[in-house]
Design a protein around this ligand. Sequence first.
Ligand SMILES: O=c1[nH]c(=O)c2ncn([C@@H]3O[C@H](COP(=O)(O)OP(=O)(O)OP(=O)(O)O)[C@@H](O)[C@H]3O)c2[nH]1
Ligand SMILES: [Mg+2]
Length: 193
Amino acid sequence: MSAPDVVFVTGNANKLKEVKMILASESSKINLINEPLDLEEIQDVDLQSIALAKCKQASKLLGPGRPVFVEDTALCFDSFNGLPGAYIKWFVKSMGLAGIVQMLSGFENKGAEAITTLTYTDGEGHFHTFQGVTHGTIVTSRGPTDFGWDSIFQPDESHGQTYAEMDKAAKNAISHRGRAFAEFKAFIATEFK
Ligand SMILES: O=c1[nH]c(=O)c2ncn([C@@H]3O[C@H](COP(=O)(O)OP(=O)(O)OP(=O)(O)O)[C@@H](O)[C@H]3O)c2[nH]1
Ligand SMILES: [Mg+2]
């Protein structure tokens, strides 16, 4: 029997690339499909509520009985009590990376948490949420700038490299996304035997 389809709803090609790499090891259990639907994102500081609302909307659009997951990624500054959080996308768009670095110039603590919140539904009313967190520091941009804020985030565990300077396998091994999907992989092992 072939592996069942599981849909990842995202319009972000960089996320998709990383997730395909992370879930490649599960290809005998699930057949990963992408639907680049543009989902509404509710205004909330609670990351689990945002991911759940996104997943419910994706599931509604795809129809019942279809396993689907979404993820929402936040960047939370220690000095800002967790903001910009899920709003980081709009900060990157409006201010650029240099503007974001500048926002923290008056603060001694330049620490930040990158958080991925992933919500999966079986399409039959059951929802499961997984989260991955990586702490780091906001630094002046170093490395390629093709993915969000990768070039200004230096994880504590990276020996001085920004995410953008790391190769993908090294990033996935310690990243917010890698950690959230490690939990999801353990779930896949029990859900799709
Ligand atoms: O440097 C980065 N390293 C990452 O690992 C990463 N993951 C997400 N992002 C960016 O942070 C915002 C999240 O917003 P987000 O979760 O709503 O994503 P999105 O709207 O692009 O896609 P989606 O909602 O269709 O899945 C967007 O600006 C993403 O580009 C990242 N930037
Ligand atoms: Mg989004």
